[in-house]
Design a protein around this ligand. Sequence first.
Ligand SMILES: [Zn+2]
Length: 389
Amino acid sequence: MTTDNRQLTMRRGAEASRRFSFRLRCSACATEYDPDQLINLCRNCNAPLLVEYDLSPAPELREKIRSRPPTMWRYAEVLPADEGITLGEGITPLLRSTQFENVWIKDESKNPTRSFKSRGMAAAVTMAARNGAKSLAAPTAGNAGAALSAYGARAGLPVFVAMPRDTPKSIVDECRSYGAQVEMVAGLITDAGKRVQQYIASTGGFDLSTLKEPYRVEGKKIMGYELLEDLGRLPDVILYPTGGGTGLIGMWKAFDEMQRLGWIDKRRPRMWSVQSSGCAPIVRAFDSGLESAPEWEAAQTSAWGLRVPRAVGDRLMLRALRESRGGAIAVEESQIEPAAAELRTREGIDAGPEAGAALLALRRLIEKGAISSAETVVLFNTGGNKYHS
Ligand SMILES: [Zn+2]
């Protein structure tokens, strides 16, 4: 047991009263699970498990949380742990656009390892370590691997990351720099996922793939809480570049929790999933009225975080998009990088290609009349400009 783990075990006993109690529940068949165990998907139906808290109205909590140190762990009451394995993730800036009225950019590049993935990994690695994981593994399209490598190092646990062979060298080097074992795999993230399954079968390591454990969503949902903290109310529209979709699912969950805490009413932002014309399984499923998203063949996009041809959380994502009365939009692949460059040169933001896709979506939706100029829009820069060959 590492020093961090020992400290966490002790804290858990000392501060157990601070959090709302919780259980794990299957997002499809509602089977309940004890959270004090290492667990992946539902054992009955293979759907993702989500954390369900026993929330009651707590208006006073909003101010109390704001007074705490600026990391996502200030939201301890609605996280699975009071304090976790942390590198200072969360509480990122919400920046007003210099180009558009009423448009704000949530700059997730300010997180450790320069992407929103650090939020999910902070929560997931914390819980995996507490529940006795001996090693950690995940496939990655890029940034998730870097985040897992850093948080695994912090937790004192070995990390195995599998990624497509053509993943930019900068990401491979970043994972290795944190001491992770990196394996390059022919094909896409889905193929890397199969390699991770083999690793787990042979070593007994724990699988932290997107939505295959319940806690990455918990870390990412705090983005939703932060929007309320930043704006004093929720925006009218959220434009979210979507690969695995955990951020979108997490924020949707956060809004529900905030309503039960008595912080907001039943109104919700319209959630838009943004994908590339080179890989748009969620857009295709949304437009076809499907409840799940079939695999996108021959996925290709330079926005590496969007290159997820088949998402485990497809049903949850599509449900959130529809319930929010938002939608899904694919933007032209060839225009993504120029749009990201525009964010960098005109806004001064460390914008990755995924944010370029969100900017293109903003323009298209304004042109189509799906967003009016009076509405408050938040566009996510999910990670920095860190893909280099
Ligand atoms: Zn189930």
